[in-house]
Ligand binder design. Structure first.
Ligand code: HEC
Ligand code: HEC
Length: 260
């Protein structure tokens, strides 16, 4: 590379970087809030998440999935891109609603103030919060009509992305890859049966599911599809996914009888 070219390239670099991802500044824990949050944590969270926030509270050994280890600051339910820290509102939603299909209950009764405090305290367990800012929340494109054509497109994406490898053809969580699935802490993980309940861990509304596809569940084999599925197609997937819920046990997907 000649000298002139390399200077030109060098000059162009900062602009390119700024365009690709503008990092948000770190939001280290607010000391006053974290101080109050410690008391909340020690009263309500420590039995599962542990004194050091490593997910090793005294009840942890009996729980599947295990309580989250906060020392690595890896979170499943985020509006932010895969691999980035969540925004406070993501953590707030988890605390408000709890995580279905797990032992993590809703903490809504504690009220907004105590929840904001305990969120700050959780951040003190990992140095990541001092080094990085949260990711930039994803955008929602307009939702197309939820009709037969949209669900069909969603099914094609389900097949093309091989979601069934993990989730099974009918969403029962019995795909052929299941024996090989582990979370980032080395525990075996099975996708839960979509047909048995309308509730999803990180929220069950159409908007929640859209977000889940485009951000993934960090710490688990459930990837983000942001790089492979265009945002409008994510809505088609959402529409298809809802057909996997069996409302009446004698009826299978699309109303086809699944046998006795
Ligand atoms: C009875 C046990 C239990 C208690 C008590 C409990 N949790 Fe949890 N919590 C869990 C489990 C289990 C998970 C992991 C669920 C999973 O990975 O699917 C979890 C996960 C979380 C997560 C991670 C969410 C994500 O997006 O990955 C946060 C944040 C959290 N808990 C905060 C709290 C706070 C704050 C308290 C106290 C107010 C608390 N938990 C009390 C069991 C508990
Ligand atoms: C490599 C395996 C794998 C693939 C491929 C995969 N998933 Fe998942 N998925 C998982 C696992 C494991 C979970 C459960 C994570 C948990 O409960 O913590 C999950 C969870 C989910 C959930 C529930 C989220 C929630 O909030 O509870 C939805 C919806 C989902 N996957 C849809 C899809 C779709 C649609 C595709 C294809 C576009 C797909 N998955 C591909 C492994 C996979």
């Amino acid at each position: 590379m000649n000298r002139r070219k390399s200077i030109l390239l060098f000059a162009a670099l900062p602009a390119t970087l700024a365009f690709a991802q503008t990092p948000t500044p770190p939001r280290p824990p607010d000391a006053a809030r974290a101080g109050r949050g410690k008391a909340v944590y020690e009263r309500y969270c420590i039995s599962c998440h542990g004194e050091h926030g490593d997910g090793r509270g005294y009840s942890a050994q009996w729980l599947d999935p295990r309580p989250r280890d906060f020392t690595r600051a890896i979170f499943k339910c985020r509006s932010t891109p895969s691999g980035t820290l969540p925004v406070d509102d993501d953590l707030m939603r988890t605390l408000d609603e709890g995580l279905y299909h797990t032992n993590m209950p809703s903490w809504q009764v504690l009220g907004d103030r105590q929840l904001r405090d305990v969120i700050e305290y959780i951040k003190t367990f990992s140095p990541r919060w001092k080094e990085e800012g949260p990711g930039e929340p994803i955008h929602y494109v307009r939702e197309p009509a939820d009709d037969a054509a949209s669900r069909k497109k969603g099914q094609q994406i389900w097949n093309a992305q091989a979601c069934f490898n993990c989730h099974g053809q009918t969403g029962k969580g019995d795909g052929s890859s299941v024996p090989t699935l582990f979370d980032d802490w080395g525990f075996h993980i099975t996708p839960f049966d979509f047909t048995s309940s309308p509730h999803r861990k990180c929220g069950s509304s159409d908007k929640d599911l859209y977000r889940t596809f485009l951000t993934g569940l960090n710490g688990t084999p459930m990837p983000s599809f942001a790089d492979t599925v265009p945002p409008e197609d994510a809505w088609h997937l959402v529409h298809f996914l809802k057909t996997l819920q069996v409302e009446n046990t004698s009826q299978g997907i699309f109303g086809i009888s699944m046998g006795q």
